[in-house]
Design a protein around this ligand. Structure first.
Ligand code: A3P
Length: 280
């Protein structure tokens, strides 16, 4: 059942990320104006990608994920002449060294881990590039142990948390985007040093609403330029519910207790966790 996944440096990856590519990521040639869009899977990566693409005069090109494909990927990324926005689900430690040295801009998006787990459960079931897990309770156990693609949510977030005050890193919360879209959008555009006016903000909000993106996914499907997540090029698999708090429909009270205990333990020194608790 795990045949669609493989382990690299102790972390599970889909077979769509070749070991050879993962091994050579450190020879990736970062450019100073590159922007990296980083997330644990199912945290709202496609949403942020669409937002950035919708900013007028951004003059950027959204590429596919840096860890998707084989070794030819590194050559392919050289062909873009515009400023590149490059998505990835890598944890901080696996991020190519060059990106850190050049202090490229990085946007890290975080989502409440319970909703992330439920979203990833559905992705596992619907996405042929991931193992099929029969029940929510079986998936829940795997998620808790970090035996899922890209490893433990906790370790991923904590790896990025250490760098939350670096001036080249912006952290955005899914829940805050839902609650106050203009505020999150302004954070993004300020960070990217692009001006947007109020009417442009409204336009972007409409264009990147869940319903709009879900409707468009049909016609944009299988366009490799829109492969934001290294786990699929099928956008139909991405837009499920797009809400905050769907976990309540899946977690039993015992699962909630077990999860909260682990969260408290793992995230006891985490500022990001405090913010997540406030906003969720
Ligand atoms: P759900 O499965 O809870 O619906 P990613 O892009 O990182 O793969 O994350 C996918 C999750 O983000 C899915 O969550 C998806 O529905 C949600 N999503 C995608 N676009 C969205 C949007 N425009 N607004 C709100 N949620 C969105």
């Amino acid at each position: 059942q795990l045949s669609v996944l493989h382990k690299f440096k102790g972390i599970l990856f889909s077979n769509m990320s070749s070991e050879e590519l993962l091994n050579s990521l450190d020879s990736f040639d970062a450019r100073e104006d590159d922007v990296f869009l980083v997330s644990y899977p199912k945290s709202g990566t496609h949403w942020i990608a669409e937002i950035i693409e919708s900013i007028p005069n951004a003059r950027i090109t959204l590429t596919s994920s840096i860890e998707l494909g084989d070794i030819s990927k590194l050559e392919e990324l050289k062909m873009y002449s515009q400023r590149r926005v490059i998505p990835t689900h890598l944890c901080y430690d696996l991020l190519p060294a060059n990106i850190k040295q050049k202090q490229c801009k990085i946007i890290y998006i975080i989502r409440n881990p319970k909703d992330t787990a439920v979203s990833l459960f559905h992705y596992y079931r619907d996405n042929p590039n991931l193992p099929y897990i029969e029940t929510w309770s079986a998936f829940f156990e795997l998620f808790l142990r970090g035996e899922v693609v890209y490893g433990s949510w906790f370790d991923h977030v904590l790896s990025w948390e250490e760098h939350r005050n670096d001036k080249n890193i912006l952290i955005i919360f899914y829940e805050e985007m839902k609650k106050d879209f203009p505020k999150s959008l302004k954070k993004i555009t300020t960070f990217l040093e692009i001006n947007v006016n109020d009417s442009e903000i409204n336009k972007i909000a409409r264009k990147t609403s869940f319903s709009e993106m879900k409707n468009n996914s049909v016609k944009e499907n299988f366009d490799p330029n829109h492969t934001v997540c290294a786990l699929t090029s099928d956008r139909n698999l991405v837009f499920r519910k797009g809400v905050v708090g769907d976990w309540i429909n899946y977690f039993t009270s015992k699962q909630k207790r077990v999860f909260d205990e682990l969260f408290t333990e793992k995230m006891k020194h985490s500022q990001l966790a405090r913010f997540l608790e406030e906003i969720s």
